[in-house]
Design a binder for this molecule. Sequence first.
Ligand code: NDP
Length: 453
Amino acid sequence: MDFDYDLFVIGGGSGGVRAARVAASEAGAKVALAEEDRYGGTCVIRGCVPKKLMVFASEYAELVEDARAFGWKIEPGSFDWRSFRDRLHGELDRLEGIYRNLLRNAGVETFDSRAKLADAHTVELADGTRKTAKHILLATGGWPVMPDIPGADLGITSNEVFHLDELPKKMLIVGGGYIACEFAGILNGLGVEVTQFYRGAQILRGFDDEARGLISDEMCQKGIDLHLGTNVLEMWRAEDGRITVKATNGSEQSYDQVMFATGRAPNTSGLGLEEAGVELGRKGEVVVDDYSQTAVPSIHAIGDVTDRANLTPVAIREGMAFVETVFKGNPTPVDHDLIPTAIFTQPEFGTIGLSEEAAAEQGEIEVYATSFKPMHQSFAGRADRVLMKLIVSRESRKVLGCHIVAPGAGEMIQLAGIAVKMGATKEDFDRTVAVHPTMSEEIVTMRSPTRTA
Ligand code: NDP
């Protein structure tokens, strides 16, 4: 049977664009891609990239104070949100242009339109046009979910936070995951009075407990009013235009903005997936096998829509593995084991592998950990502490987990991650000479275990 295309990709985020581009440029496939919003997806338009730029912006207040401690005669100024925001969006426009160019240069035909499945080999665009393809790739990503709380629609999500007309004076952030903790730090650094509610006992559930504890302490020390075991009961617009929030801890407080960072859900509704035979899981995610293939052999799915590890570099790898498998005749499963990741909290958190708690459940371990005041911050008179931690298997001597809470931890964990992924033992770390004076040298100088379990 003749198809219009070899591949039709639905979704122009990191995963979809990479798969489309590589299938066209490296495998010579005839490829089309449909995107209803902006090219670059969550990462570029409303996620990682603008978030990281906001992290940079938010760090200057402290940097100026530190500079004064280092002898510089400078006065703290004020932050101009609108000028930063406009520049930020200019940068996003530039990046979106690059994504479009990448596709054009690779010969991928693009449709600025919503697309849905009509059947196993047919996609229907918003204007009713139908296109057929031998393979269809779903890469539609995810979307923030708001909790079912009276008045929740008065709040915003991370989608809107990049577009605010002005910075709120006082803001409530709800949630204890990546996004809530990152934005609590960003907005606090920009001078917003931040309150954070998390319903559980400690933020960043699932990560190493000691790291979570330190991050939470440091966030509070930097001025975030963090309430654990607390959630929103209801909220309403007060007469003065602010949002009044009644909380489970009995408090009633008014805020200029409330942001929900209470998780994200796969974008699968209204795409004709189930009608075409694509199986969906409990959270609405597309169910795929190790090769990203759905229940319909001609349809694959990658990235957040599959709710595996919801990270840009993982979506990109899934896209590359899909092209290897389907267009290069080289079946390649995606390796989701030992993914290094960074959470851009303040202080930053870089982590790979098992937490102490998860590792202790699997076998006997040694824990090497050190927490100290780093040179720069200590000299500047700050109380900030950092944490360097290794979890080691007593039997194999392999480093099972590495957890770093420190300025620049994201950069550090990328490199430590190579050693851990290679299966390095504690003795391999010990054989490596320290780089002095740095914070990360502690990762190779911890000689005796802090504890065993
Ligand atoms: P997460 O799933 O990480 O966190 C959601 C948070 O909201 C949890 O603390 C959860 O609590 C809480 N929550 C869920 N439902 C409710 C509710 N009804 N009421 C109150 N609280 C609730 O989601 P995020 O939105 O923070 O991030 C989504 C994903 O995006 C991340 O998992 C990550 O994969 C990715 N991401 C990665 C980043 C990075 O790499 N730096 C940055 C940002 C996002 P509980 O723990 O009790 O379930």
